[in-house]
Design a protein around this ligand. Sequence first.
Ligand code: MRU
Length: 356
Amino acid sequence: MGVRVIDWEGDWRGHALLLDQTLLPLECVELSVSDVQSMHDCIRRLAVRGAPAIGVAAGFGVCLSLRTLSTENVSQALVRVEQACALLARSRPTAVNLFWALERMLQHARAIAPACENAVRFAQRLLEEARAIQREDAAACQRMGELGAELLRDGMTVLTHCNAGALATAGVGTALAPIYVAKSQGKHVRVYADETRPLLQGARLTAWELQTQGIEVTLITDNMAGRVMFEGRIDAVIVGADRIARHGDVCNKIGTYSVATLAAAHGIPFYVVAPLSTFDARIPDGSHIHIEERQPEEITEGFGRRTAPPGVRTYNPAFDVTPARLVRAIVTEAGVIHTPDEARVSALLRSAGRLG
Ligand code: MRU
């Protein structure tokens, strides 16, 4: 995309780099993040957002706890890692990629600690693990793009919700990856982007990202989705996910469930594109997902201008759950799960070594 979304600069004493997504599309500002608390705050305030990117940020966040090591031994460094994981786990509750990445870093830290000759080597090896998470996410995005592009024909128009593109990952994105791959194959695919109230990830991020990538994009407000489907403008819906349960229920940005319901009412296929790191094999269905609730100001005075009377009661869940029965297919880097249910999701996770 010509901009770095998330990266690490330097050796184990270096720092993380994030594109501040709260400022897009007006400004492209790269943030240098050098301590765990700052990474926690960046995740919390959505400077870095999107489930896979949050996972990569968590990996780098753990490494930030070790960059100031001086005379500590490996056991003391391990305590820092444990404390960093505990803090980062409190940043946002819904995207499972955060917890997946923290668990991976913590397990790795505990496994390598006894064999590390000193704390510097320990820090170096943890940075290698965080970089592996970043690399694997980029590869997964590319593969999901290739598999998802097979669902897209030349001339199709797709509706998407929120931002599940390059800005949400370490690679070319999840939901937008098939569109990019289809373009590289010479297919012309148009996109309708839902604005995505209240934080406008569709307007601020998806519209900007697709424009910069030369994809024909039309921005609509969320409440127009039904109308554009009724008018026959949409051939498929493609979205990303923040957590997918064993039965195939999909948690994603608030409003996704409405779009899926509308798609079903109009006979339009509803596809989800998500890496294996977004599956939560521990939970059977969507009712077990902790839905983040955010501040009332996002609704009453979004982007600094008050649009509701002072003191009005609000409810601001940031995500919702689309039941598996509304999902035509889930595209992962390990294959496509058609008409997902527990048997099919478990079979794919098992074949990919993600389920015992
Ligand atoms: O609150 P956000 O912007 O982090 O929500 C992001 C989404 O809901 C995305 O659709 C999801 O994380 C998939 S990103 C590839």
